[in-house]
Design a protein around this ligand. Structure first.
Ligand SMILES: [Zn+2]
Length: 151
């Protein structure tokens, strides 16, 4: 049985680990999202939402299904695919809300697991009015301010 003190220590360690992960996440986001494709400026004052993601080069992955949904602008269905694993490559579909542009932009990121390979953007797409409306509705309450807090 755990004593009160040990419980407190474990809680502290879990919190510390969480902060460490958060710091890494924030640093990674800052290094990756450097220049907004819509306005050409940096990302301060922008908002991001990860609409969907799929694991690559892996049996049973839904990457090609997701790719098809994205190209068909089936946004709502695409949001249901949210695969993620720390040890695999992933394709991540990020939506950028730029304060200087009325329409949303999609940035498609290849997240590479290998430490010595950098993540890179595969392509970006300026979304039309209809997609902007649909995605704004889906993203409601999910937007993350950039730069992310908690560094
Ligand atoms: Zn911008």
């Amino acid at each position: 049985m755990l004593t009160k003190f040990r419980k407190r220590v474990l809680k502290y360690l879990a919190k510390r680990n969480e902060r460490k992960h958060r710091r890494r996440y924030v640093a990674g986001m800052r290094a990756t999202f450097v220049k907004c494709p819509a306005c050409g400026g940096d990302f301060s004052g922008h908002h991001l939402w990860r609409l969907a993601s799929a694991i690559l080069n892996c049996e049973g992955s839904r990457a090609s299904e997701l790719d098809r949904l994205i190209h068909a602008h089936e946004w709502e269905q695409a949001t249901r695919i949210d695969e993620w694993e720390g040890t695999k490559d992933e394709r991540m579909y990020y939506i950028v809300r730029c304060p200087h542009t009325s329409n949303l932009t999609m940035m498609v990121l290849i997240s590479v697991f290998e430490m010595w390979d950098d993540d890179y953007f595969e392509y970006t797409e300026q979304l039309d009015d209809e997609s902007t409306r649909t995605i704004s509705r889906l993203a409601n309450g999910h937007w993350e301010a950039f730069p992310p807090a908690g560094a």
